[in-house]
Design a protein around this ligand. Structure first.
Ligand code: GLN
Length: 388
């Protein structure tokens, strides 16, 4: 028989909603992907590398030029001092990097602190690795934790704390003091922090990303995860990075060598080029996305919806209850995609227990016309839900 953890799993909410969007010809503001392609120069590099470069196995840890470029990028943008040889591993996306961290670092019975809402791959992978989840529940509108919440979740048996910052699905960014508090708990209990920071470049309004790895005492006990897919709006490429001190990197690489072993060499070469040549892109991309966020927020407000604040990611959340929708998020999303032709993601899908059920997530990395029409269709869905 199948493994019990896996046989009981639903298909991801992103796949379900994208499937319904295709079936019903709906505008897809659900799954998080840009409507336009990433930088052409980077895509050209990938194409050229297939024709003129090696298409055989690259080194297991990743192409040296990409590992060097990753270390240089984080030095420049986040002030981290990294040795590319011993501290950077290239993975097939952030999802593989997370799996490596869980498989390599969890012993059966270890406690793992996680924050709800959480990305859907975390809990099944933590459990499959034998971890015992200890959940901290975050709530709208600020999605913050406090000392009491961490005191209730951390224990001497805590092995890992898993943080996603900026946070998908909320588009929120943790305050400096909250990061310092979490760092204090990791250091105090001896836990390793697994930091899913794939949205680190998709951060708006001039804010700078603060990596947990930069806080006192965390440098040796943090696994930092990044993703070229999010950095360059190339979500299908699945090129990610694991960054950690040498003893952690050594064991992470043991997991990586038996998960995917390597990542396509042409994509690695193109990402290395991108990291070294994209200052303009890293300035323009968040500016353009913030304009899309504002366009969607304004269109929604004009229709009487109540959007929450989005400081990062591709996502703007909407409070249904405050927008005059009495239905729960899942019912409303199913109605919206089937009856009004617009797909969104119910945030309750990101909770394991005691879900917040009145928030939906909308992806705004789309053209203006798509966003405008999406807002109109959401208003139609609300009308239909009122009449039902
Ligand atoms: N990261 C994407 C999102 O949050 C989903 C990726 C996937 O479909 N697994 O929408």
């Amino acid at each position: 028989m199948a493994n019990a953890i896996y046989s009981g799993l639903p298909t991801t909410i992103f796949t379900v909603m994208s499937g319904l969007a295709a079936e019903h010809g709906a505008i897809n503001l659900g799954q998080g992907f840009p409507e336009t392609e990433g930088p052409e120069a980077i895509r050209r590099r990938a194409a050229e590398a297939v024709l003129t470069g090696s298409n055989q196995y690259p080194p297991m840890q990743g192409l040296p030029q990409l590992r060097e470029a990753v270390a240089a990028h984080f030095r420049r943008w986040q002030g981290l001092d990294l040795d590319w040889r011993g501290e950077v591993t290239v993975t097939s996306g952030g999802t593989e990097a997370l799996a490596c961290a869980f498989l390599a670092l969890i012993e059966p019975g270890d406690e793992v602190v996680l924050f709800q809402p959480l990305y859907d791959s975390y809990l099944p992978m933590v459990r499959r690795a034998g971890g015992v989840p200890r959940l901290v529940r975050l709530e709208p509108p600020h999605w913050r934790f406090d000392r009491a919440a961490l005191e209730a979740a951390f224990s001497p048996r805590t092995r890992l704390a898993v943080l996603n910052n900026p946070l998908n699905p909320t588009g929120s960014v943790l305050a400096e003091e909250d990061l310092a508090l979490l760092a204090e708990f990791c250091v105090g209990t001896g836990a390793v922090a697994v930091c899913d920071e794939v949205w680190e470049q998709v951060i708006f309004d001039g804010a700078a990303h603060r990596p947990l790895m930069g806080f006192p005492g965390t440098r040796e006990r943090t696994v930092k995860i990044g993703s070229a897919g999010k950095m360059f709006a190339l979500t299908g490429w699945k090129v990610g990075f694991l960054v950690a001190a040498p003893p952690l990197t050594a064991v992470l690489a043991k997991a990586h060598q038996f998960l995917t072993f390597t990542t396509p060499p042409n994509l690695q070469a193109a990402v290395a080029y991108g990291l070294a040549s994209s200052d303009d892109w890293f300035a323009a991309m968040p500016r353009d996305l913030a304009a899309s966020r504002d366009r969607l927020a304004n269109a929604l407000r004009a229709e009487g919806f109540a959007p929450l604040i989005s400081a990062a990611t591709y996502f703007l959340d909407v409070d249904l209850a405050a927008s005059g929708v009495a239905e729960d998020d899942m019912s409303f999303c199913l109605r919206a995609v089937k009856e009004a032709g617009v797909a969104a993601i119910p945030v309750s899908a990101f909770y394991e227990e005691n879900p917040v059920t009145s928030i939906i997530r909308l992806c705004f990395s789309k053209r203006d016309e798509t966003l405008d029409e999406g807002a109109r269709r959401l208003a139609r869905a609300r009308d239909l839900s009122r009449r039902a």
